[in-house]
Design a protein around this ligand. Sequence first.
Ligand code: NAD
Ligand code: MG
Length: 387
Amino acid sequence: MTGITILGATGSIGLNTLNVIKQHPQKFEVIALTANKQVSRLEQLCLEWSPRYAVMADADAAEQLEQRLKQQNSPVKVLSGTDALSFVSSLDEVSVIMAAIVGSAGLLPALAAAKTGKRILLANKEALVMSGQLFMDAVRENGAELLPIDSEHNAIFQCMPAVKMQGVTRILLTASGGPFRTTPIEQLDTVTPEQAVAHPNWNMGSKISVDSATMMNKGLEVIEACWLFTAKPEQIEVVIHPQSIIHSLVEYVDGSVLAQLGNPDMRTPIAHGLAWPERMSSGVASLNLFDIARLDFEAVDFQKFPCLQLAYDAMLAGGTSSTILNAANEIAVQAFLEGTLAFTKIPKIIENTLSQITGRIATSLEIILEDDKQARHLATQIVNQNI
Ligand code: NAD
Ligand code: MG
């Protein structure tokens, strides 16, 4: 039995992970489940899965969960706070971590898993965008394994040669184009959070859904791909592919282009990461090419989706520029979701924040966390001036 901790168990990726594990009860033992403050959802999962630990980032939520579980004579040990998230990511009996917390809150537990040499199934791209080199170094120095769960990166991983980038000329990173692919640019000012989170092909958490709508998700993915595959930003080309059937492609020097295809269902990359280097079933329906009939491709409109260029530029600038980009994006997206910021102001907040804080070489975690904090503070001020 493989011991697993699922960080962000109540979210879209967390629940999909439990769905896959349920199909292989003889292979995995759930040791810890974590969430932010969704007490009822985590309570249900604890009763169903009987993990050893349940962690809630929020202390009040943890207290409520503890009381509810006690009333039901559940032996699950309830912990709270960031240190507890890192604790359940570094337990000896755990060898696999599903890193599926959304945003910067996922960085410290994912790093704790890297430092203790675990297999990390990385959905939480923000952690890698924030800490890039430092994270990759921690993985390498401690013999950890980093397997991408983001569908595009999982596809690229499957198409890469054993020696990363050997003979590779380009990575073609596919994007659905999000809910506003065909919306005229002059209508974007007034789009609502409800419209933005209604993704055409994927059912995801609200933050990544807004990122898909602004195409910042693809920007974060360009940065993620650079770190995972030691690629340069100019080697990565984003291709709009509205059907989300080809999850990404890798082009080789001899003209070969390898692609990974499948129905848009996150259980495929999750099962791939859990079973790697073997394969196991995921519950995903077989791909019916006759039903799909056609696959379309378009170039990105960088004018309509300025977030993508901001991400390329931050990666090229290096150091903590990506940390600052990510922090400002998180603040702007939250303000948009709360209804206090217009959709088209999101890239403006990020650009403005990046213009006022200069990225530094990210030699330590302290520097990364400092720049993250400073960028959040500044982005919040700029948001408030914009309301
Ligand atoms: P979600 O909003 O559905 O779930 C997020 C999870 O993180 C929840 O369990 C929540 O309780 C927890 N969480 C939120 N804030 C927290 C905090 N401050 N401290 C501790 N825990 C916290 O999000 P999701 O769609 O499952 O996405 C999770 C991550 O996976 C994101 O980084 C996203 O970019 C990435 N991802 C998601 C998908 C997808 O299909 N959903 C695909 C690719 C990558
Ligand atoms: Mg993706």
